[in-house]
Design a protein around this ligand. Structure first.
Ligand code: URA
Ligand code: URA
Length: 256
């Protein structure tokens, strides 16, 4: 009996997954060329009001349909003993992500550092403490938002992640985003912004703008809190980015 039931549940989860994939593929096909950010080309950076606001709102609301809450846990389960790349050999803990599985705002950093690797939690070191202050400054708590990284395991000595590690790990971030369906992602630092936007532009040029992330949500890049610790004079720009995020979150509320 119970076998039968769990088989049915598996089948229903598979059906949800396939429907979701189909929905995403259709949106990819429907995607207006003007809505895409073309990396590496000298094109005007698209601002959200140039992107065809109605089209984006429609796509985002389509994507905001609730999914079974177990989805994020399923992804976590798939990753717990991950040995897909060499980083598994040196990690203490895989750092999956933390926060509200239905957050409207998500922060995405680069990769765990030493503290995160020891605790299995994202952004718990010095940079993490600054991130907590940034989150508090926009009137939110760490529990209300979701915090994750592009790379789930610490690169030894905090070296930059390598191309194959990114290629293996980044699809899991996209699956987390699909499960959480945030309205806005704030990418933290150069690596996160460049990876998520497939761009080689500097973070100074990428920040302060609103991008469409794979027709799933909006993306606002800002500086990495570890960089702000070294260059506190850039906090002003980060604050401007946070105000932009608050405006986007607020705007939508007043429209609905
Ligand atoms: N830096 C990151 O990019 N992510 C963390 O989780 C911690 C520090
Ligand atoms: N370099 C980074 O990696 N991130 C920043 O935010 C700034 C410089």
């Amino acid at each position: 009996m119970s076998m039968d039931r769990s088989f049915k549940e598996d089948l229903s989860a598979l059906k949800d997954h396939l429907e979701r994939q189909l929905q995403l593929r259709n949106q990819g096909i429907m995607k207006d060329k003007k809505n895409t950010f073309t990396p590496g080309r000298k094109t005007e950076k698209p601002k959200v009001n140039e992107l065809g606001k109605d089209a984006i709102e429609n796509q985002i609301s389509l994507n905001n349909k609730p999914l079974p809450p177990s989805k994020l846990e399923d992804i976590h389960r798939e990753l717990i003993d991950c040995r897909r790349c060499r980083l598994c050999e040196t990690r203490n803990h895989l750092v999956f992500g933390a926060g509200n599985p239905q957050a409207e705002l998500m922060f995405v950093g680069e990769a765990p550092g030493a503290d995160e690797d020891l605790q299995g939690e994202p952004f718990v070191g010095r940079a993490g403490q600054l991130l907590s202050k940034i989150i508090a400054a926009i009137g939110k708590t760490r529990e209300e938002v979701y915090i994750a990284n592009i790379i789930k395991c610490r690169p030894p000595g905090n070296r930059n992640p390598e191309a194959d590690e990114i290629a293996i790990c980044a699809p899991f971030l996209d699956r987390q985003i699909e499960a959480i369906r945030p309205r806005i992602i704030c990418s933290l630092g150069k690596f996160s912004a460049q990876t998520m936007l497939s761009s080689s532009e500097s973070i100074s040029r990428l920040r302060g703008q609103v991008y469409n992330y794979k027709n799933l949500c909006r993306l606002v890049p800002t500086f990495h809190p570890a960089y702000l610790l070294r260059s506190p004079e850039r906090k002003k720009e980060t604050w401007e980015d946070m105000q932009l995020i608050m405006k986007l979150l607020g705007n939508n509320l007043s429209e609905s």
